[in-house]
Design a protein. Structure first.
Length: 149
């Protein structure tokens, strides 16, 4: 892949309109037309909301990959999924359900189900991911191959 077609939207990125005159301190978020040229945009789930303000259209991305999805709070995971996906978008949740889940500080939020990630909740849908299904067998085989020794 051409590295010029990858953009990293990180914590130090700001819209050009919000920039100070000191280009050394912050990186600039490209304008709408330039942003749409990138094949890959790497972002946190929450930072992806900025792309909505920049008029990136629903369905622009063929894939939305959420890394460490087993640790992400469900509302955060929903930002890129609900904002940019359509019926043709591939959603990929990558993570290890045996690692730590979301770090929820509020007991009320934890009791309401936010201590369980979207990834974990999906994995508990037995009709889809149970070991008696092809998807479940494939996922289990993948986990066993990757299991630490």
């Amino acid at each position: 892949m051409d590295l010029a077609r990858i953009y990293r939207l990180d914590a130090s990125s700001f819209c050009e309109e919000d920039m100070s005159d000191d280009p050394e301190t912050l990186s600039r978020i490209p304008g709408h037309e330039r942003l749409l040229v990138f094949s890959v945009i790497v972002s946190t789930c929450s930072k992806a909301a900025i792309l909505l303000d920049l008029n990136v259209p629903v369905g622009h991305f063929s894939h939305i990959v959420i890394d460490d999805a087993a640790q992400a709070e469900e509302p955060l995971v929903m930002i890129p999924i609900m904002t940019f996906s359509n019926a043709l978008t591939n959603i990929i949740l990558a993570g290890d359900p045996n690692q730590l889940g979301p770090d929820i500080k509020s007991p009320t939020a934890a009791r309401s189900g936010l201590a369980k990630s979207y990834f974990e909740r999906l994995m508990l849908i037995r009709d889809v991911y149970g070991l008696d299904t092809q998807v479940g067998k494939t996922c289990a085989m993948f986990w066993f191959v990757r299991a630490p020794t």
